[in-house]
Design a protein around this ligand. Structure first.
Ligand code: IVH
Length: 660
């Protein structure tokens, strides 16, 4: 077994925990995460002197702010599950025997919350937690304007009312929120539920989101009273002409997939309607006897794994992607899925040639669910223990990692050119790969981008077409990319820092480091201790060491970037021209959309004047010549248009952070 690296293990666990809370795609499986924590625990017991401070073992994982615990006055019960339609009949008989009628309502796939009202005012919002104790997220939630969660109740209700329901994003809320999140340079949320969880766990959100609350139960009020007060009731979301219970369940199973049903669901809840029937049937310690949940089967497809492709990320992490025969699942064709890491591959028992069941996790992300059969001759895939360039791998954590910079250079160059970093329009992963490969690669580090010659780019080989003819980048694209590379020299320091791809840094740390240190020279002169004591949010001993090491290692690349004329200071033109500092948008074509509330607040004309005083040309519509779209609150279709054209989009807050 490979050596266990304690610091790397902590690193990996924190990344996984943050990705989990952040709602971005999972970094490791729950099982791998638990194993990793066990190994950390073991190591700490054996080596108490080396223990680093971290909060991985506390209930609330890394980097997540907790508002404390709330004990629910009346426990928030869970539901018994029935797994086949025959069980539904049994339940229906039980309710009928007690003299009740059954309602069938959507089981909403969000996060269960309790909203507590005292004397008509919303005073506390907490998660369901384990049913007895939840997490107080009042301040986070109250900052959001949540549809269906009134801040005040009408008169005539009890002094204390606890409304139970699901906090969630409708599909259109999700689209809106995710677009704003992506525009702000963050990774997309994987699905509406992750998006909701990620949203309510953040004290500050630098982009706009829409969240709704749907009530399914209350203590201290009747449903119809709630409806009058502006709540949306789960029982009112769906109706059908079917009268038979099973037929109703099946009907909703069809209808929930139709575009008209606005919320994500994973099943139905069957409930006795009458309060007296509910009371007489009662509850066990965890579930009511008057309600059950029925979950629909996730739709799956069957396919054959044709290849498993190993890749290397910009920081050296090895990825494994299964390529399988295209198969239609739930309305879209899927053909690839990540296999996560070597232990997941072993756990699945998957190899090239395996017949597998594939599905879409949370209706969205393709996954390999299980191996149906490994036909004769098919063996479980053995991940290579060397990187694509033959370097040994660090196998101490669930995700294996190459320490050889040659392995990650392709991903790193692609990242440097991406919208998050130097924003070189027209640049792509395929181009980055072509530039770094071959016996004499044109690009060996990101600085080489800036000395590329026109002929080299125009003649760049991009493989062969389906018909077998060779493809080249061509003169037109080469010209465009060269112009954009040239323009990238003026990118603000934070983007140059981001482009270096230093471990545990991305767009956010690029900005934080630039704001704190102001110049590349200051970063190169900084000691590990300078990083540690900088007060930069999120920089602890681990990042301080990685950042110091990262800048020192990158010294030769930074020297080359500087020699190529890339901006190494905060305000590129300020030193030469006194006015330039006040005109940070000089030469840019800027479009503003949505309403501004910060430094740019004002009427549309005022905002545009402001932008022009800063040196830009303000325009009303997005085209491919637009340099920047500033998206304020309730930004509409311009964001999507800008994204489709590859135009950079910033939220108002990010615009302020970058330019003001
Ligand atoms: S009724 C005593 N109705 O499902 C009442 N729950 O597995 C119990 N849920 O924690 C809950 N949609 O988060 C109810 N229409 C619905 C629901 C619903 C989603 C969730 C809820 C609960 C979990 C129980």
């Amino acid at each position: 077994m490979a050596d266990f690296s304690y610091t790397d293990a902590i690193d990996q666990a924190k990344t996984a925990a943050l990705a989990y809370y952040d709602g971005s795609d999972e970094v490791m499986t729950d099982a791998d995460y638990d194993t990793l924590l066990d190994r950390i625990r073991e190591y700490e017991t054996a080596n108490p002197d080396e223990v680093i401070e971290h909060d991985l073992f506390t209930a609330v994982a890394a980097g997540v702010s907790a508002g404390g615990n709330v004990t629910h006055d009346v426990p928030m019960l869970s539901l018994d599950k029935v797994t086949d339609l025959a069980d539904i009949e049994t339940f229906a008989d039980r309710i009928a025997a007690a003299g009740g009628t059954i309602s069938v309502e959507p089981k909403l796939d969000g996060m269960a919350f309790n909203a507590r009202y005292e004397n008509g005012t919303l005073v506390q919002v907490s998660t369901r937690g384990d049913g007895t104790t939840g997490e107080d997220l009042t301040s986070n939630v109250l900052k959001l304007d949540i549809a269906g969660l009134p801040k005040r109740l009408g008169k005539g209700l009890a002094d204390t009312v606890n409304v139970r329901g699901e906090l969630l994003m409708s599909f259109s809320d999700f689209e809106f929120s995710n677009a704003n999140r992506i525009a702000s340079g963050r990774p997309a949320f994987a699905n509406p539920r992750n998006a909701t969880a990620g949203t309510v766990r953040k004290a500050e959100l630098p982009y706009d989101v829409k969240v709704s609350f749907v009530a399914y139960d209350a203590v201290g009020a009747e449903p119809w009273e709630l409806e009058l007060d502006g709540f949306v009731l789960s029982s009112a979301l769906y109706s059908t002409t079917e009268t038979d219970i099973v037929a109703k369940v099946l009907a909703f199973g069809q209808d929930r997939k139709a575009a008209e049903f606005p919320y994500p669901t994973d099943g139905v809840v069957l409930k006795a309607v009458e309060r007296n029937v509910r009371d007489s049937l009662g509850a066990t310690s965890s579930t009511p006897r008057w309600a059950v949940a029925y979950k629909y089967e996730a739709e799956t497809g069957i396919s054959v794994i044709r290849d498993i492709v190993e890749g290397v990320g910009r920081t050296g992490n090895i990825s494994y992607t299964a390529h399988y025969d295209p198969v239609l699942v739930d309305g879209s064709t899927i053909s690839r899925a990540t296999l996560h890491n070597p232990s997941k591959i072993a756990e699945l028992g998957v190899g090239i040639g395996s017949i597998v069941e594939v599905y879409k996790a949370n209706d969205i992300i393709p996954r390999v669910g299980r191996v149906i059969e490994n036909p004769e001759g098919v063996t479980v895939y053995v991940p290579s223990d060397v990187s694509p360039s033959g370097a040994p791998l660090d196998q101490s954590a669930a995700i294996w990692r190459s320490l050889d910079p040659n392995d990650s250079i392709g991903a790193l160059v692609a990242y440097a050119g991406s919208r998050d970093a130097l924003d070189i329009d027209g640049f792509s992963t395929a181009i980055a790969d072509a530039l770094v490969s071959g016996e004499h690669p044109l690009v060996n580090d990101i600085a080489d981008l800036f000395t590329l010659q026109f002929q080299q780019l125009a003649n760049l080989s991009l493989g062969v077409t389906e018909k077998g003819t060779k493809r080249f980048l061509g003169a037109k694209t080469a010209e465009k990319i060269l112009a954009n590379i040239d323009a990238a020299k003026q990118q603000p320091l934070n983007r140059v820092i981001t482009a270096l791809g230093i471990r545990k840094s991305g767009r956010t740390f690029g900005r934080r480091l630039a704001n704190h240190f102001h110049t590349m020279d200051a970063l190169l002169a900084a000691t590990e201790d300078d990083f540690l004591t900088s007060g930069i949010e999120g920089v602890g001993p681990e990042r301080a060491a990685l950042f110091h090491d990262g800048f020192q290692r990158n010294r030769p690349v930074i020297d080359k970037l500087r020699a190529a004329g890339v901006n190494m200071g905060e305000e590129p033109a300020a030193a030469e021209d006194g006015d330039a500092a006040a005109r940070p948008l000089e030469g840019m074509k800027v479009v503003v959309t949505g309403s501004m509330s910060g430094a740019l607040a004002g009427t549309r004309t005022e905002v545009q004047e402001h932008i022009e005083r800063l040196g830009a040309t303000a325009s009303g519509s997005v085209s491919k010549n637009t340099s920047l779209l500033i998206a304020g609150a309730n930004a509409g279709s311009k964001v999507a248009k800008a994204e489709s054209l590859g135009v950079r989009v910033l939220t108002e807050a990010e615009f302020e952070a970058t330019y003001l």
